[in-house]
Design a protein around this ligand. Structure first.
Ligand SMILES: NC(=O)c1ccc[n+]([C@@H]2O[C@H](COP(=O)([O-])OP(=O)(O)OC[C@H]3O[C@@H](n4cnc5c(N)ncnc54)[C@H](O)[C@@H]3O)[C@@H](O)[C@H]2O)c1
Length: 666
């Protein structure tokens, strides 16, 4: 059968032969055995409903075995036989070009070169799923091959509920992931209902088909590391020879060494999973690799002596590195952490003193003991970071819930008022006030032709647009524009592409629309040879309500509300998005955040132009309006500027209160 035929058949007519998972890939850790016998029966019945009754007797035992061995039913037997990667758009069977672009994006999210646990359909973050099982994948791809431009596919946490009649203006796909009744949104609930096969954790761009490999995060991390060094050392001081110590070489954390190299420092990144560390090393995302901590010390001292720009991966626990650097008196200028603490009890964080294998065994077979080990480790982790910050390290939380979980574990991370954390999150200090409040966020695009030539041309177009904007830009955003011009001009040289031909930069509402519009014109002229998908990370101005991350610099009390992200997904969906998504959980964990995204296919038509202008305008200004109402000064300036530029926009503006008037209130 050809690739197209295999897509079009969906669930095969004949029961395929049994497959086992392949050891050459990294696999999701065994999830804990949480279901009662009644619930297990339900999980099996739920899985079997994808298949004809005549297969059930065979599949029951197999699915039960998967549930026992892995804690989930992935349906390995139904993994497709073709290679998984983003093909050029014309290779997909389709009625709708928009749907073909979505198929490309889905396959990219599952590409073994891109995905963290490809056979468990996990793209990144340990549990960020595209689908819960392979049946959902097969049916979804078949539906996308059949769907017309007057229908919409509705996705419930990986499950394709069906194709419904809609209109040419409507999104082709609407995605929800992990939406729960709020009282059933605790981590235990995720374990239970995910094991039953009725919900999934979509992370951010995993369950919304917008992941573009570690490149997506390299840019944000580069901006963060560069600005963190500016904060620590002063503007204009070179970070050469200065150390950035952190942890994690996984899906997103794997971007840290590359970002450190671009920023020009020494990056030391610990990673307990040797497969993850070796993968990043083989991909050239980190320069050096060692399993020996004595060797690490020598390498670091040499690098400091030579003022080298280098990134070093240490295979082992990050706490060992922090502690050893303390006794060796190695100065850490910048410190952070990107272990997956949004998922502390199921493989996101590995406690010090236990091997990777022993941890995996304990979390599956003795979950309570494992939880205690994580808490002990987090207290020790906090203690050694405190030692370094006392010596001058600038430590920031990297949006992975490190401070939240360390505080819950009783670690010494609270400030004296016992309300705030002792350390800022990177959004509070850096990304919030410098980027999000002005509308700058992670705009991205994918060239569906799959050619380097198209990607190169889009880089040039984007650079030209940003340069023209810089000419009259106010001082408050000139640095952002300049950083992004430098970034995009060097992007090709930095070899950032893993998977689809994608690019990212930070731009504000005006910049995003101008760049997208210029792409659309170039497609119309035939200079760009196939449609372009535009989208963004959920980690942005408007799409995400997350009190300890994206909206951590909102100080009017509304950071615990989720109105903004819900308005965003609704607003984007009727302004022209090709697909929209809204997720419970993502980044900092199940129940902790509400986040959404979109994809928009540009095909060079006038309709594309209308859609991109309307949708991108709302997609950014919704969040700026909310941030302005929260009295954030950058947003007040940005939305005033936008109202002048766009007479159709009226935003309710706050009257600022003189703090002195509030002094007497007891
Ligand atoms: N703020 C941001 O921009 C941003 C960006 C990326 C990721 N994050 C957050 O960072 C976290 C990591 O994301 P990811 O996609 O890389 O997840 P991931 O699970 O793919 O990677 C985390 C890695 O940390 C390693 N690890 C866990 N405990 C360790 C320890 N004690 N010492 C050394 N290594 C350890 C794991 O083996 C894993 O490979 C997530 O919580 C994510 O939400 C935030």
């Amino acid at each position: 059968m050809t690739f197209k035929e295999m897509i079009l058949q969906g669930i095969p007519d004949q029961l395929p032969s049994k497959k086992s998972r392949d050891d050459k890939y990294s696999h999701a850790p065994k999830r804990k055995d949480i279901l009662t016998t009644t619930e297990k029966k339900l999980a099996i019945a739920n899985a079997l409903r994808y298949f004809p009754a005549s297969w059930h007797t065979i599949l029951i035992d197999e699915f039960l075995e998967e549930l026992k061995l892995y804690g989930r039913i992935y349906m390995y037997r139904f993994m497709p036989d073709y290679e998984m990667y983003a093909r050029p758009i014309h290779e997909y069977p389709s009625v709708s070009k928009q749907a073909a672009a979505i198929m490309l994006m889905i396959q990219n999210n599952l590409d073994p070169a891109v995905a963290q646990h490809p056979q468990e359909l996990i793209t990144y973050g340990g549990n960020g799923a595209v689908f819960q099982n392979w049946a959902q994948y097969l049916i979804t791809m078949k539906y996308l091959a059949q769907i017309t431009d007057e229908q919409t596919l509705h996705m419930y946490s990986g499950h394709p509920m069906g194709i419904f009649p809609s209109s040419i203006e409507a999104p082709r796909v609407v995605v929800t992931n992990g939406m729960m009744i709020p009282n059933y949104s605790k981590p235990e609930d995720w374990e239970r209902y995910n094991a039953m096969g009725v919900t999934q954790y979509g992370q951010m761009t995993a369950g919304s088909y917008m992941y573009i490999g570690p490149q997506g995060i390299v840019h944000g991390t580069t901006i963060t590391v560069m600005n963190a060094f500016r904060k620590k050392l002063g503007a204009g001081v070179s970070p050469n020879g200065k150390i950035f110590l952190t942890a994690g070489l996984g899906g997103m954390s794997g971007a840290q060494p590359k970002a450190g190299n671009i920023a020009g420092c020494i990056t030391v990144c610990a990673e307990v999973n040797s497969a993850a560390a070796k993968k990043r090393y083989a991909q050239g995302w980190v320069d050096q690799l060692t399993e020996n901590i004595d060797e690490l010390i020598v390498m670091v001292k040499n690098a400091v002596g030579n003022k080298a720009v280098v990134s070093i991966a240490y295979i082992g626990n990050v706490i060992d590195v922090w502690e050893r650097f303390d006794t060796e008196n190695i100065t850490v200028d910048l410190g952070s952490d990107q272990t997956s603490l949004h998922n502390p009890w199921a493989g996101g964080y590995y406690p010090v003193g236990l091997s990777f294998e022993a941890s995996n065994e304990m979390m599956a077979n003795h979950p309570e003991q494992f939880k205690t080990a994580v808490q002990v480790s987090l207290r020790r982790h906090a203690e050694v970071i405190n030692k370094h910050t006392a010596k001058g390290t600038y430590f920031f939380d990297y949006g992975n819930a490190f401070l939240l979980e360390a505080s819950r574990a009783g670690g010494a991370v609270m400030s004296e008022n016992k309300i705030d954390f002792r350390y800022p999150s990177y959004v509070q200090d850096i990304l919030g006030p410098m980027c999000f409040d002005y509308g700058f966020g992670p705009f991205r695009w994918v060239c569906t032709s799959g050619t380097d030539a198209d990607l190169k041309l889009t880089d040039q177009i984007a650079a030209t647009v940003l340069e023209s904007m810089l000419v009259n830009a106010p001082a408050s955003i000139a640095q952002q524009l300049q950083d992004n011009i430098t970034w995009i001009k060097e992007a090709e040289k930095n070899k950032l592409v893993v998977g689809s031909k994608a690019r990212i930069l930070y731009a504000d509402a005006e910049g995003r629309a101008k760049i997208a519009s210029a792409f659309n014109d170039a497609i119309a002229k035939g200079d760009i040879t196939a449609p372009i998908v535009i989208g963004r990370d959920h980690h942005d101005v408007s799409g995400t309500d997350s009190p300890y991350r994206e909206t951590s610099n909102i100080y009017d009390g509304s950071k615990f509300t989720a109105d903004m992200s819900i308005h965003n997904v609704i607003g984007d969906s009727f302004r022209g998005a090709t697909w929209v998504s809204i997720h419970n959980g993502g980044g900092v964990g199940w129940g902790e955040v509400s986040n959404g995204g979109f994809g928009l296919v540009l095909d060079g038509t006038a309709a594309s132009k209308t859609k991109l202008e309307s949708m991108l305008f709302y997609d950014v200004n919704n969040g700026i309006a909310r941030r302005a109402w929260a009295r954030n000064s950058g947003s007040l300036e940005a939305i005033e500027r936008e109202m002048k530029r766009s007479p159709n926009l009226t935003v309710t503006m706050p009257n600022l209160v003189d703090e002195n008037l509030l002094q007497h209130i007891q």
